[in-house]
Design a protein around this ligand. Structure first.
Ligand code: SAM
Length: 281
């Protein structure tokens, strides 16, 4: 059985198994194990946790997670070419790495894990926002996971942590801050990846709060915020017209000037408006 110190360098692994990066799968690999160790550490203490990793590729971050002591890692990889490289890692960490050859958008792997659960991934950029939105919108809160530590392109990371008045402030910022504590913990230049993407990247850590910061029905909040930001340059009395004829009165009741625009409204006010609208629905 291979030991942890016997694992070959990632460049050699990629060459041996012919894992030439495919653009269609968003493959930009991290080959510097010091860097993957830093990302794994940014996820917090993993020693008591099961970890879900989406898109392990040749396994650089997977190695980091296991070396940081994750109790178990469940890695979901769509590209079957990566499986032999991952099997080698599983061999070096007996019983701690399970690999699922599947599309992360098609399976719900959280049910296979035992809490406490953390999600840590260098996500394929084409599915990153969709997965984040799903993880932030479980049927019940708190979710089964404790934290998300995820790589995004920098612009998306900025949308997640944005505050009212920021250019990047919108639906994603509200969804994230309503029930988590989101923060950018690391930014990376294109050269950190092989091949180098065109954009800079950033790791966002989102810690689940035990309960939402302000009460609101998730569906109503989502509907109100979506309507507001779909026409972000318009005044709310006009962009929210689709929510009912008496929207000006509801805005006033929620303490929001009907002439304000979506990008100026803070999370507490959005939640208040969602509650007023839910009462009268
Ligand atoms: N984690 C590796 C690293 O840091 O070097 C690879 C990251 S690469 C940005 C994204 C990985 O996600 C690739 O290995 C790709 O094959 C995989 N992938 C892409 N779409 C996927 C999907 N829908 N489900 C699961 N894996 C996917």
């Amino acid at each position: 059985m291979a030991g942890i110190d016997d694992l070959p360098p990632l460049r050699a692994v990629i060459a041996e198994h012919g894992i030439a990066a495919k653009k269609s799968l968003g493959q930009n690999f991290l080959l510097d194990l010091n860097l993957t160790a830093r990302i794994a550490r940014a996820a917090g203490d993993l020693t008591q946790c099961d970890v879900l990793e989406v898109g392990p590729g040749p396994g650089g971050l997977t190695r980091g997670l296991l070396a940081q002591g994750a109790r178990k890692v469940l890695a979901i990889e769509k590209d079957a070419r990566c499986l032999p490289a991952l099997a080698q890692i599983a061999d070096a960490y007996p019983g701690r790495l399970e690999v699922l050859n599947a599309d992360a958008l098609e399976v719900d792997p959280l049910q296979y894990l035992t809490p406490p659960i953390r999600i840590v991934s260098n996500l394929p950029y084409n599915v990153g926002t969709e997965l984040l939105t799903r993880w932030l919108s479980p049927p019940d809160w708190p979710p089964v996971w404790e934290s998300l530590t995820l790589m995004f392109q920098k612009e998306v990371a900025q949308r997640i942590v944005a505050r009212p008045g920021d250019k990047a402030y919108g639906r994603l910022a509200i969804l994230a801050r309503w029930r988590t504590d989101p923060a950018i913990v690391l930014t990376l230049p294109p050269e950190a990846f092989t091949p180098a993407p065109k954009v800079h990247s950033a790791v966002v850590h989102l810690k689940a709060l035990p309960e939402p910061r302000f009460p609101a029905d998730p569906k109503v909040l989502n509907r109100v915020v979506a309507a507001g930001f779909n026409q972000r340059r318009k005044m709310l009395r006009s962009s929210l017209k689709t929510l009912g004829p008496d929207i000006e009165q509801k805005l006033s009741e929620a303490g929001i000037p009907p002439t304000a625009r979506a990008e100026e409204i803070d999370l507490e006010s959005w939640c208040r408006l969602a509650r007023v609208i839910a009462r009268q629905d």
